[in-house]
Design a protein around this ligand. Structure first.
Ligand code: GAR
Length: 198
């Protein structure tokens, strides 16, 4: 088997996708986690990762104000120390600069709660409901300089039910996120970019 790939995961919140990835990275999985980092020191996911024995880092973006590059330099320092082969953004809610994205080009994945190219950006569930969509879902894509615009590596669809709220729809999508992201990472780590459709 080829060498194990080192994975860093960036989060901003509870980290349920991060946990799905961490729980999958055992046994014959081609990857192992080397770092979970957050821009929010209070992110619940940091403690959950630490409980699983994964090294964590908090790089608070607030002291950097609008200086995204300075924040990213601090984050890059922590990432480089962990030497990841792959970075998974998992509910990481900071916009990244082209310089940071170029640094990790071809090695960075993101999960976005919509059927891209629909609904890039925020409030995806509310927007799908407002549009009257019969179907909604989640995408995992490679990160490029275009926001939520890189090549799609996997998508999972869910039905929209009558009476859905953004919350009920988000919960249905999140279940699929936890299935899809680990599947995509396993494939991506061995160089397989064939899109997954669930
Ligand atoms: C997930 O639904 C993820 O798709 C979304 O944030 C949530 C994080 O939940 N990501 C984005 O909206 C990125 N623009 P989690 O912290 O429980 O994984």
């Amino acid at each position: 088997m080829s060498e194990t790939k080192r994975v860093a995961i960036l989060i901003s919140g509870g980290g349920s996708n991060m946990l799905a990835l961490l729980r999958d990275m055992t046994g014959d999985h081609p990857c192992r986690p080397v770092l979970v980092a957050s821009n929010d020191p209070e992110a619940g996911g940091l403690a959950r990762a630490a409980e699983l024995g994964v090294p964590t880092a908090a790089v608070d973006h607030k002291p950097f104000g609008r200086d995204r590059e300075a924040f990213e330099a601090a984050l890059t320092e922590r990432l480089e120390a962990a030497a990841p082969d792959i970075i998974c953004l998992a509910g990481f809610m900071r916009i990244l600069t082209p310089g940071f994205i170029a640094r990790w080009e071809g090695r960075m994945l993101n999960i976005h709660p919509s059927l891209l190219p629909k609904y890039r950006g925020l409030h995806t569930h509310a927007r799908a409901l407002e549009a009257g969509d019969a179907e909604h879902g989640v995408s995992v894509h490679e990160v490029t300089a275009e926001l939520d615009g890189g090549p799609v590596l996997g998508q999972a669809r869910v039905p929209v039910h009558p009476g859905d709220t953004p919350q009920t729809l988000a919960a249905r999508v999140l279940e699929q996120e936890h299935r899809l992201y680990p599947m995509v990472l396993r494939r991506f780590a061995v160089g397989d970019r064939t899109p997954i459709r669930l």
